[in-house]
Each structure stands twice: as structure tokens, then as C-alpha cells.
Design a protein around this ligand. Structure first.
Ligand SMILES: *Cc1c(COP(=O)(O)O)cnc(C)c1O
Length: 340
């Protein structure tokens, strides 16, 4: 039994999802004539109480499009030093938008309103880049699946309004935060200008992300997506998978969270584990006591049992639970961990 805990992106479509894909009505989405894509976009906009939505082939493209539409070349955005848009999007912020990132030293990928305000360059000081956007990530990826305090997000919104800054949420794993904290899509939609959400992470779709925003922003985003090469044709097959996931595969995320917590308990009991970061959702980040065992040999030992996990650099390791990680796999993994 192979157990892949590298990411929640390794899942295959469930039988119900495959059925939904097989029976999808499709058309050419570049002509806005794919009924399944149109239905998904309408549903996503409605969920977040936004005017419009746009389907993307990746979360990276959805984020990069949002950054492009909120900024001009030479501008600067504010984000945490762990932000996906800064660390894991291939330098796209500078390549696609000619924008730099002002990195804030936050806690597990989360920053405060005071830190945001202090990071803004005075707009009349023309020597500095013009600050035009704040990017937030919920849950935080490099921060170990941490969930924001919604009150802090509201305080940051006040700062954005005071300084006329755009407010974008990288919600690749927003569903995990919503389920973990009992929050709603509309409360996020009402707060942020734009939100990108992934369907290919915990929701189990093979491909796809959605960007939500105002009619005007999404019209601009449509042009930018075209420029980035993200206009797709009969993408309704993918949108049908997404609509299926939104209906059937959100509530179950709590199972992934419960399993992650249980893995954390076992890890914490192992003598050679130095530290397990707080576990709030489906991501576990931990460190090995290097005198006892190297991170590499820990990964190798698991590999010998056909269990895959991934290194995060700087001696940190990561485990991510997901819908294809079954109860049976979970019991086997815990047993193997206890015996290591
Ligand atoms: C996965 C992820 C994305 C999008 O990545 P893609 O590989 O392009 O789907 C964006 N932000 C965060 C925080 C992510 O974890």
C-alpha cells in the first residue's frame, strides 16, 4: 500500500466526480460558450457574494492575474515572508507585473495590521515604489496550514481602505480554514477585493482555480488570463469536476484535519522529533532532532515503507493529509511511525 503525503494535490478524481465530468455539457469557453464553466463561475461568484468569477487552470495564474489587475509596473505589494506569491510562483510578481514585494516578518505566515501600515511607502515620496496591494494567504502553506484570526483581517482591511490599497486573498486552501473555524464564504467575499481559491488541493479536483471579484475586475482578469495563455476551450469537463467538489467534497475536509492532529500527537511522542508546529488544518510541519537522526534518513526510512513525505528546507519536513489518504492508510502510517 503506497501512501503519498507529499501534498493534497496528489488526489485522483472520485467516482462521483468522474461521472460528473463524463456527463458534462461543454462548449468553447474562449467564446464564453461553455455552459459548465459558466455555471461554475456563477456559483462561485454567488458563494462569495461577488459580482463575477473566472475559472483558471492554476492557482498561480489566478494569483498572478489578481496581482496584475491591482498594480502598475514599478509598484510594490505587501505580503508575509512565507507568501506563496513570493516564494513559489517563479518570480511571477516581477516577471508578469513588474512589481516588487515588501516582505513582512509575520508569525506562521500571518501578519498584523500594524505591520502592514508600517510597510506602506509614503505615496508622496517618489523615490520609493508605490505601495498598491496587500496579499494575504489563508490557510498559510509555508506557515503550516495556520488559519487567520478574522478580526485581524478586518483590521488590515481598514488599513487598506485608509491608504487606497487593493486587498487580495490567496485562498488556495480557504476551504480548510472555513471548515476548521466555522466561517463563511460570504464573510470573506465581503472583506476582500479579489479571492483566488484552489479546487485541486483539498477539494480533490484534477485541475482548476477560481478568481472572484467585481464585474469590472473580472472583465480585466479575462483579458489578463488570455495574455497569460490561460484561455481554455472545452474546459467544462474540468468545471464539472469543480462544481461536483463544491457540492460534495467540502465538509469532509474535517476528516483530513482530524487525521493531521492524530499524526501530530504520535510525532510529538517520538524521541527524535524536535518540534511539531501547531496543527490547525491538514498540514503538519515538524523538525527532527539532528543529533539523533537526519531529516533525510527519516524520509528514507518512511520511503522504505512506501510512504512519501517532503522536505521544506532548513531541516523542516511536511506532511499533508487529503481525501485519498484513507483510514486504513492512516492506521498503517501511525503504526509505522510508532515503531520507528
Ligand atoms: C497551491 C497553492 C497555490 C496555487 O498553486 P498551483 O500549483 O498553481 O495550483 C497558491 N497559493 C498557495 C498558498 C498554494 O498552496
Amino acid at each position: 500500500m503506497k501512501i503519498n503525503l507529499i501534498s493534497d494535490t496528489v488526489t485522483k478524481p472520485s467516482p462521483g466526480m468522474l461521472d460528473a465530468m463524463m456527463s458534462a455539457k461543454v462548449g468553447d469557453d474562449v467564446f464564453k460558450a461553455d455552459p459548465s464553466v459558466n455555471a461554475l463561475e456563477e456559483k462561485a461568484a454567488q458563494l462569495f457574494n461577488k459580482e463575477a468569477a473566472l475559472f483558471f487552470p492554476s492557482g498561480t495564474m489566478a494569483n498572478q492575474t489578481a496581482i496584475k489587475l491591482h498594480t502598475n509596473p514599478g509598484d510594490q505589494l505587501i505580503c508575509d515572508k512565507y507568501a506563496h506569491v513570493y516564494n513559489y510562483e517563479g518570480g511571477g510578481v516581477s516577471f508578469n507585473s513588474g512589481v516588487s514585494c515588501k516582505l513582512v516578518d509575520g508569525d506562521r505566515g500571518m501578519i498584523t495590521a500594524e505591520q502592514v501600515e508600517a510597510a506602506i511607502n509614503p505615496p508622496d515620496f517618489y523615490h520609493s515604489p508605490l505601495t498598491s496591494l496587500v496579499c494575504i494567504e489563508n490557510t498559510t502553506n509555508k506557515g503550516g496550514g495556520a488559519c487567520w484570526d478574522f478580526e485581524e483581517l478586518k483590521r488590515i482591511k481598514t488599513v487598506c481602505e485608509k491608504h487606497s490599497l487593493g486587498y487580495h486573498l490567496d485562498g488556495a486552501r480557504l476551504w480548510n480554514a472555513l471548515v476548521a473555524k466555522g466561517e463563511s464564504t460570504t464573510q470573506y467575499g465581503d472583506l476582500f477585493d479579489t479571492i483566488s481559491i484552489c479546487l485541486s488541493k483539498g477539494l480533490g479536483c484534477p485541475v482548476g482555480s477560481v478568481l472572484v471579484g467585481s464585474e469590472e475586475e473580472i472583465n480585466k482578469a479575462l483579458r489578463i488570463r488570455k495574455i497569460f495563455g490561460g484561455g481554455m476551450r472545452q474546459s467544462g469537463f474540468l468545471a464539472a469536476a469543480a462544481s461536483y467538489a463544491l457540492e460534495h467534497q467540502i465538509e469532509r475536509l474535517s476528516e483530513d484535519h482530524a487525521k493531521a492532529t492524530e499524526i501530530g500527537v504520535v510525532l510529538n511522542d517520538l524521541p527524535f522529533i524536535k518540534k511539531v508546529e501547531p496543527i490547525e488544518t491538514n498540514i503538519i510541519i515538524f523538525e527532527i532532532e539532528e543529533e539523533a537522526m537526519s531529516a533525510e534518513s527519516f524520509v528514507d526510512k518512511l520511503n522504505q515503507h512506501e510512504i512519501q513525505i517532503i522536505g521544506m528546507g532548513q531541516g523542516k519536513l511536511r506532511i499533508v493529509t487529503h481525501m485519498d489518504y484513507t483510514d486504513e492508510m492512516h492506521q498503517k502510517f501511525l503504526d509505522i511511525l510508532r515503531k520507528l
